[in-house]
Design a protein around this ligand. Structure first.
Ligand SMILES: [Zn+2]
Length: 122
């Protein structure tokens, strides 16, 4: 959802809460009913906004999952690169760090630091 729309929903919800509070403070059966409806509407709006934000927050996780699948798909070519040049131990993704545009692989077994000049495919 658009960020402007989200802000608008929050704004409308706040206005509804304030209006609802005024009606509730004013008292009387009719006003309390109106106030309750306004506050309820605001809660529904905020809940809807919260849910859409939650869906948006979940999106990067989905991208990361696709990214991992892609890595596994090209596992044969990547596996050759993911070996320590010193002791030949298989290195995992955790050992790879991107520092200032360069790729640095630190072997957890012997501590050898390997730097890759060419940028990786991903
Ligand atoms: Zn090593």
């Amino acid at each position: 959802m658009n960020r402007i729309v989200e802000g608008l929903i929050v704004f409308v919800a706040i206005v509804l809460i304030i209006l609802g509070a005024i009606f509730l403070i004013a008292g009387g059966a009719q006003n309390i009913m109106t106030g309750a409806v306004l506050v309820l509407l605001a809660v529904v709006l905020l809940f809807y906004n919260y849910r859409s934000q939650k869906i948006q927050a979940a999106k990067p996780t989905l991208v990361t999952q696709n990214f991992n699948v892609k890595m596994e798909g090209t596992g044969q070519t990547e596996r050759k690169e993911l070996k320590c040049r010193s002791c030949g131990a298989t290195l995992s993704e955790k050992d790879i760090k991107v520092v200032q545009g360069g790729v640095v692989i630190t072997c957890p077994y012997c501590g050898t630091v390997t730097t890759l000049e060419e940028s990786p495919k991903w």
